[in-house]
Design a binder for this molecule. Structure first.
Ligand SMILES: C[C@](O)(CO)[C@H](O)COP(=O)(O)OP(=O)(O)OC[C@H]1O[C@@H](n2ccc(N)nc2=O)[C@H](O)[C@@H]1O
Ligand SMILES: Nc1ncnc2c1ncn2[C@@H]1O[C@H](COP(=O)(O)OP(=O)(O)OP(=O)(O)O)[C@@H](O)[C@H]1O
Length: 294
């Protein structure tokens, strides 16, 4: 429901959760160069009081030629402060937005779709404000970026096409640790470094809805961008190895990197891993969360 901003303009507060590609197969390429994907996507839920796994936005409605952007948060300095920001681009698409405040908590160009989630959050706020279904914005979302439709959907799903074909999934809840070794990776550069673009799709059988079954299923899958991303940023392999050494049942890169994630069988195992990694690699971004259960 809308609040007001102390004057008269309505305000909607939304969060933009980190997107995690639990599995990501690259199965082909379209004539326009975009790649065909087969991916299981989930969104991080917040846990504890460490680094946050979501950006937060305040969307102020009212007439304006160009929506005004205010930036705050630990990664505010890493995003464009002008009309290039995906928040401003999404606000122009939605229309009727006077200003947006973005609290940037997610590392930028890091494979967890922060910019896409921010854009989707603006569209979600606009839909809520107007009382319309956010799916109304599905086509403009795709024009903003391949990951924006899945972020607009906002729940666990299987994603195909270049990112526009979405099938909701029920995934069990799993503790997750997100680790970013502090290097920005450009998505286009990683796709460009792929050795193969015609890999097999995900298994026919859908992911099971129990935790042990899902972990087994995921172990039979891949992130086909991982090897290419490691050639662009070798430190990704260091972070994945470090996660494995903490006892993660599965350690893998998300999206085009450089963020890697570890899945654990208990919140205590995840929290112990976070403590260990923060001690050995204090310069890394290490964030606890949960996925699935939605
Ligand atoms: C790798 C993923 O994170 C997986 O969820 C996404 O597909 C990336 O989505 P995104 O960052 O929103 O990507 P966009 O901003 O649309 O595209 C950035 C660049 O990545 C490449 N790209 C992206 C998505 C896709 N399905 N095929 C591609 O080849 C293109 O070179 C494009 O120029
Ligand atoms: N609000 C925003 N947040 C983050 N990046 C933004 C934003 N607006 C524009 N950008 C630009 O978009 C680019 C991609 O940033 P983003 O953090 O979305 O990448 P990503 O996490 O790799 O996304 P994906 O997983 O969808 O590939 C960066 O180069 C950044 O400068």
């Amino acid at each position: 429901m809308d609040e007001t901003d102390g004057h008269t303009a309505p305000v909607v507060r939304v969060s933009a959760r980190a997107k995690i590609n639990l599995a990501l197969h690259v199965t082909g390429r379209r004539a326009d160069g975009y790649h065909l994907l087969d991916s299981v996507v989930a969104f991080a839920r917040p846990v504890g009081d460490g680094p946050r796994t979501a950006d937060t936005l305040e969307v102020h409605f009212g007439p304006a030629e160009t929506p005004h952007l205010t930036l705050a948060g630990p990664f505010a300095g890493d995003v464009p402060a002008d009309a290039d920001n995906l928040v401003v681009r999404a606000a122009r698409v939605a229309g009727g937005i006077r200003a947006v405040r973005l609290d940037k908590h997610l590392p930028v160009a890091s494979g967890i779709g922060g910019g896409s989630a921010d854009a989707a959050a603006v569209l979600t706020a606009a839909a809520a404000h107007r009382g319309i279904d956010r799916a109304t914005f599905a086509a403009p979302a795709l024009a903003l970026g391949a990951d924006v439709p899945v972020c607009l959907h906002g729940g666990s799903c299987r994603m195909a096409g270049i990112g526009e074909r979405l099938t909701p999934l029920r995934l069990p809840e799993l503790p997750i640790l997100l680790v970013n070794p502090g290097v920005a990776v450009a998505t286009g550069a990683v796709f460009g470094a792929l050795a193969r673009r015609d890999n097999p799709p995900l298994p026919d059988a859908p992911p099971p809805d129990d935790a042990a079954g899902l972990l087994d299923w995921l172990r039979s899958t891949r992130n086909d961008l991982e090897a290419a991303a490691v050639t662009v940023a070798p430190t990704i392999a260091t972070a994945t190895t470090a996660l494995r050494e903490t006892g993660a049942v599965l350690a893998r890169m998300s999206g085009s990197g450089a963020t890697v994630f570890g899945l654990y069988t208990s919140p205590a195992a995840r929290d112990a891993a976070a403590t260990a990694l923060r001690r050995t690699s204090p310069q890394w971004w290490v964030a606890c969360g949960g996925v699935g259960g939605d």
